[in-house]
Design a protein around this ligand. Structure first.
Ligand code: SAH
Length: 362
């Protein structure tokens, strides 16, 4: 049993079942033995691989996208380039390399990494050696007077805790984690009904047994970013797996060594995430005062930014095997059967006159 499992069981024995949100918070970041705090998870040798780890093209295109946005903002002399949940630092490394085409952009940027894990901060520090990078625990700690913001978040929002509501006997209740008769962790439901008004209207009368997910932790961050964008101008780019609008279903998932695992089996030893409801995320950015572009899927976004041309250019100086790898990585990032349509890209921005590349204008 992991030390974290023992801790969670102790909590439940003492105080009763905990909500799914509390479970996720403890499992992912709550303690030194939480999943991200241990930070061993990433890359081919770890539990999962993310887009920047699959191909340098991903970060390079996003880097050029950031430079373009900065130009549209009037080339501010000072701005914050912020990444949420940078993992191993690969995306920011590729962003900064691509942005060398615009030395003034790099001179103007205060680079801020929002990262809770001390282990991952050390990784990031190594990978980004030489770049003037600062770390913060939370977005709200970003200096208010630091100029416009350009925020990038790849697979960050999926890692924030969600609540799950389950419909039982015609009422909505909080889905919880408790203990069965022999002391194993099991899902259950809290006895009291919760206010049905919390459930998106079109799902309120869903069949018994339906699960609906709410992500107040995501919305809180997105709302704050939206406010900052409204007040200081700038953009946020959120890339993640998820769905376009309110949908019933249990999307909580655990991933360990590149395969799906049981969410409750070894808490702290597997990544636990859920799919992002992009309509709720977009509403939170808009609630803060930012304009939200129509959602696009990752494949479309990368193609519009010129992924094919960048891959072709890299292939020109590649050996046969490398060329094949470049094609495979491109296929994985953009293919509809791979990450191209499950992953989606949300952009929030202000002022409304900006035209962030890759998105249709409203
Ligand atoms: N963006 C990276 C890593 C994604 S994994 C990539 O694409 O490879 C999620 C990242 O978010 C990790 O770096 C994790 O430590 C960080 N993270 C998770 N919860 C967080 C929180 N509440 N606050 C700040 N960072 C968090």
């Amino acid at each position: 049993m992991t030390t974290l499992a023992a801790h969670i069981k102790g909590l439940i024995r003492a105080d009763g079942p905990i909500s799914v949100a509390e479970f996720m918070r403890i499992v992912l970041t709550g303690r030194a033995d939480s999943y991200y705090m241990r930070g061993e998870a990433f890359g081919a040798a770890g539990d999962f691989v993310t887009a920047p780890e699959i191909s340098q093209v991903f970060g390079e295109l996003i880097g050029l996208w950031c430079v373009d946005v900065w130009r549209q903002l009037g080339e501010p002399k000072r701005f914050s380039l912020i990444e949420l949940g940078p993992g191993r630092g690969t995306l920011m490394k590729d962003v900064l390399r691509a942005a060398r085409v615009a030395p003034d952009f790099l001179r103007a940027a205060s680079i801020v990494l929002v990262e809770v894990s001390p282990v991952l901060r050390r990784h990031q520090q190594e990978v980004l050696q030489g770049a003037p990078v600062g770390w913060l625990d939370r977005f709200e700690d970003v200096q208010v007077d630091a100029g416009p913001v350009i925020v990038v978040a790849n697979e960050f929002f999926d890692a924030l805790p969600i609540r799950q509501l389950v419909r039982l006997d015609g009422r909505w209740t909080e889905r919880c984690v408790g203990l069965d008769g022999v002391g194993n962790l099991v899902f259950g439901a809290a006895p009291d009904a919760i206010d049905a008004a919390l459930v998106p209207e079109q799902l309120r009368e869903a069949a018994n047994g339906s699960v609906v997910e709410l992500a107040p932790a995501r919305s809180a961050v997105a709302h704050l970013i939206g406010e900052r964008i409204r007040d200081a101008s700038g953009v946020a780019l959120a890339i993640d797996y998820g769905y376009a609008g309110p949908t019933a279903g249990d999307s909580l998932q655990a991933v360990k060594r590149h395969a799906y695992a049981d969410v409750l089996e070894e808490p702290g030893a597997a990544d636990v995430t859920s799919h992002v409801d992009f309509s709720a995320l977009g509403e939170a950015f808009a609630g803060g005062g930012a304009v939200v572009a129509p959602l696009v899927d990752q494949g479309t976004f990368l193609s519009r930014l010129g992924a094919e041309a960048r891959v072709a250019a890299l292939k020109q100086s590649a050996k046969a095997l490398q060329a094949l790898q470049l094609d495979l990585a491109h296929q994985r990032l953009t293919g509809a059967q791979a990450m191209g349509s499950l992953f989606k890209v949300l952009c929030a921005y202000a002022p409304a006159t900006l035209r962030p590349a890759g998105f249709p204008s409203e």
